[in-house]
Design a protein around this ligand. Sequence first.
Ligand code: GLU
Length: 484
Amino acid sequence: MALDRIRTRFAPSPTGYMHVGNLRTALFAYLTAKKNHGDFLLRIEDTDQTRQVEGATEIIYNTLKETHLFWDEGPDIGGPYGPYVQSERKAIYKKYAEELVERGHGYYCFCTPERLEEVNRIKKLSGQPTGYDGHCRNLSKEEVRAKLAAGEPYVIRQKIPQTGETYFDDLVYGRITVENSTLDDQVCLKADGMPTYNFANVIDDHLMLINPVIRGQEYLSSAPKYNLLYQAFGWEIPDYVHCPPVMRDATHKLSKRHGDASYEDLVEMGFLKEAILNYIALLGWSPKSDKEKYTLSELEEIFDPANISKSPAIFDMAKLKSLNGEYIRELSHDEFRDMVIPYIRKTVKSDVDMDILATLLQPRCEMLSDVSEQVDFIDEMPEYSTDLYVNKKMKTTVENSREVLKELLPVLEGIEDWTEDNIKTAVVALIEKLGVKNGVVYYPFRVAVSGKQFTPGGGVELGAAMGKEKTVARVKAAIEKLSQ
Ligand code: GLU
C-alpha cells in the first residue's frame, strides 16, 4: 500500500503497568515513524471496561515521556483524527458495524450468553473447536427488525465467508494463509455498544491513516479476519509488522503476573531509562553491526523494521545490567551522585560524605539498587570473625593486624583536618615508618572499618566518608577484638 506519509501508532490497553514487550512495540512503532519523518500516534484502547485500572493511562503517558517516545497525535494533545481514546469513539464503531451489516459482511446476533455457553459446551464434548455456530447468520431482515423493535439485546458479528482462504503478508513473518472455514464469526460490536478490539483496531487504523501497523505477534492469527474487514469496507490493507514475543526463557513469555519486571520495576531497580530503552531496542531487532550502545536519536537514524527477527527475543537481565553499567560509568559525577543517594539512603541513615561514596560506587555499580549491599556496614558494624584478618595475599595474620592497628590508631587520632588526602598521607607515612608492604596496613584497616573483605574503596576512602569519630571507634574496637 502506498501512502504519502508513514504513520504508526502505539495502541496500549490501560492495564496499570507497561510490560517490556509493550514498550518495545511502542519503540519500534516510534522509530519506524521517525526514521521516515512520519507521525507517531498514541491511541488508548479501553474498550474492555472490565479491565479498567485507575491511573493506568497516566502510567502510559509517563513511561512514554520518560523514555522520550513523544507522540505527534494523542488523547492529551489531540490531532486531526481524534478522539484518540476508543471509549470516546463508540458512535463511530456503531456506524461502521451497521454499515458492515448493510454491506452483507456482518449480521445481528441475538443469542443469549447462556445459549453460547451451551453451544460451546457441546462442541467441547464432541471434540470440536469452540466458536459461534452461526445460529443468527441467516435471520431475515423482518426477524431482525422485530427483535430490535422489541428491544432484545444484540451483538453485531462479522460474517466470515465459509469457503476459500484468506492471506496477508507480514514484514516479519511473511505470508500467512488461513482457511476461512477455521475463522470464527467474531463479535464486532458488543451488547454494551462497545466494539471489540478486533473490530475497533481496523476502523481506527483506517480512519487514522495508519501504515504500517506495528504490534505484538499475539495478533498475528487474527490478522486474516482484519483483512476480511478491510476488504468488506473496500479499504486498502495496511502493511503489517508483527513483533516477536519477548520471553523469559525458551518457553515462557515475560509476564508481570509471573513476577517478571515491568518497565516501572526496572526503573525502581535502578536501571537508567536510556539503558532500558537501548536494551529493549535490541530485543528482536538487530542493527546489523556489532555496536550495542545506541542513543534514541541514533536509533531514529538507523532503525529498519525489516531487520526485526521472527525468533522470540529472550530478555537477558545480565546483559541489561552490563549495558546499564556502561551507561552509569558515562554519567558525570554529580549526575551519578544525585541518582545514587536515594539508593544509599535505603541502608545508610547516618551522616556520610556522599561525594566520596559516589566516587567509590560509580565504577562498581551495574544497577543502582546494587549499592545497598556495598554500603550496608556503614551504619552498623557487621558481626565478623577475626579469621577475616588472615589473608595470605596481603600477608596479614591476626597478630600483625593487631600490631598494625595499634600503630594506626594514634596516627588517625592525630589527624586534625579529616580529609581523604590527609588520611592517605598519614597512612603512607606509617607504612614507610613500619617498613611493611602496603597491604599489611591497608587490609586490616579496611576490615576494621567495614567488617568485610571486599568493599568499594579501602579504609582511607571509607574512613573519610564515615567521619573521624566512627573510624577511630571502629579501629579501637578491632584492636580489642584482636586482643581477646
Ligand atoms: N490494545 C492492544 C494491547 O494493548 C494492542 C493492540 C495493537 O497494537 O494493535 O495489547
